[in-house]
Design a protein around this ligand. Structure first.
Ligand code: SF4
Length: 84
């Protein structure tokens, strides 16, 4: 898989390197009180995977890595239709 441009991929799907490992560590370390429940997190990411705005793990609507945005309980999809 070409890790430079991965349409419909999440960060977790891309090549292992320090940058992505650090982001995963960050996600793991989010305070439980602030963190989205696991089922809801996967639901959100499933929607992102089907969305044309997901490019290389990033949402082109907001410039965020969706796994970082979705992990926060108060996070929401920035699309006008707000998909999650
Ligand atoms: S617009 Fe919403 S559903 Fe689509 S990639 Fe961005 S956050 Fe995910």
């Amino acid at each position: 898989m070409d890790s430079r441009f991965c349409r419909k991929c999440l960060m977790r799907d891309m090549a292992e390197n320090d940058y992505f490992v650090n982001l995963r560590d960050y996600i793991d370390a989010v305070d439980r009180e602030l963190k989205t429940e696991a089922d809801e997190y996967e639901r959100r990411l499933g929607i992102c995977r089907e969305c044309d705005s997901l490019i290389s793990g990033m949402c082109i609507k907001c410039g965020c890595y969706v796994e970082l945005r979705a992990v926060m309980k108060k996070g929401y999809c920035p699309d006008a239709d707000r998909k999650w």
